[in-house]
Design a protein around this ligand. Structure first.
Ligand code: ADE
Length: 235
């Protein structure tokens, strides 16, 4: 299989520069993944290369026009054999979580549509939903409103790409993370607190059980801590 491909469409392609850094940047250098950023404005018409207009029905703000979006997406999905997932970033979407990250990490080609203003004309979502080789998802990264989908795309990309085989140097850390998710019966617990050297720092000691060498005790302590932290979050 080809390496997974990620396209991002935005009127601010520079927003995606962090993707050239760190593990995600290295994953591209190693050809484990391919990331491509498209400037929506390249598909805008007219002197002003306008990509938005006033909303039908009235109201504040501007709505992104459908045609530049459709042309941009068409230009990235011209393989008749291809299967495409269009991800529309919107606070009205389904809340992104780790289970969704695992699912998206198995896809061959994701296209992220980063809208600005009051969002993208909804017919773009409807149009691509009606296509045989497209799956369309509307995704939110949380219950707050950003100025656009770019930061949301960065968040989702980072969560997905680190799950792709070979991207993380030590796959054992992924193993540990995945346990609570793959076990249907387990409650979803947050991580236990971590410590490193020195054992005494600014008069604070590392919990002595972690220095004991007793792996059973350590595992038990960590589980208790995870449970206590998880409970505290729901208070
Ligand atoms: N665009 C604006 N706010 C957003 C959010 N919370 N999640 C995804 N896309 C967005």
């Amino acid at each position: 299989m080809n390496s997974p491909r990620f396209d991002v469409i935005s009127i601010f392609p520079e927003y995606m520069q962090p993707l050239s850094l760190s593990l995600v940047g290295k994953a591209q250098e190693k050809s484990l993944i391919e990331i491509n950023v498209t400037d929506l404005r390249d598909f805008a018409e007219g002197l002003h290369k306008s990509v938005d207009d006033t909303p039908y029905g009235g109201g504040a703000g501007m709505v992104m026009s459908p045609e530049p979006w459709a042309q941009a997406i068409d230009s990235l999905s011209d393989d008749p054999e291809g299967n495409y997932e269009l991800i529309v970033l919107t606070p009205a979407g389904k809340k992104f979580d780790q289970a969704m990250a695992y699912e998206l990490a198995t896809k061959e080609h994701l296209i992220f549509a980063c809208g600005r203003y009051e969002g993208i004309d909804y017919r773009v979502t409807e149009h691509f939903r009606s296509k045989r080789n497209f799956t369309v998802r509307e995704i939110s990264i949380g219950d707050y409103v950003l100025n656009g989908g770019e930061v949301a795309a960065l968040v989702i990309l980072e969560a997905i790409i680190r799950l792709i085989p070979g991207v993380i140097g030590n796959p054992a850390s992924l193993e540990e993370e995945s346990h609570s998710l793959s076990d249907e019966s387990a409650e979803q617990l947050v991580e236990y607190p971590s410590y490193t050297k020195p054992a005494m720092w600014r008069e604070l000691e590392v919990p002595s059980v972690l220095l004991s060498g007793n792996h059973g005790e350590i595992a038990r302590w960590r589980m208790e801590q995870s449970k206590a932290r998880t409970k505290k979050l729901s208070e």
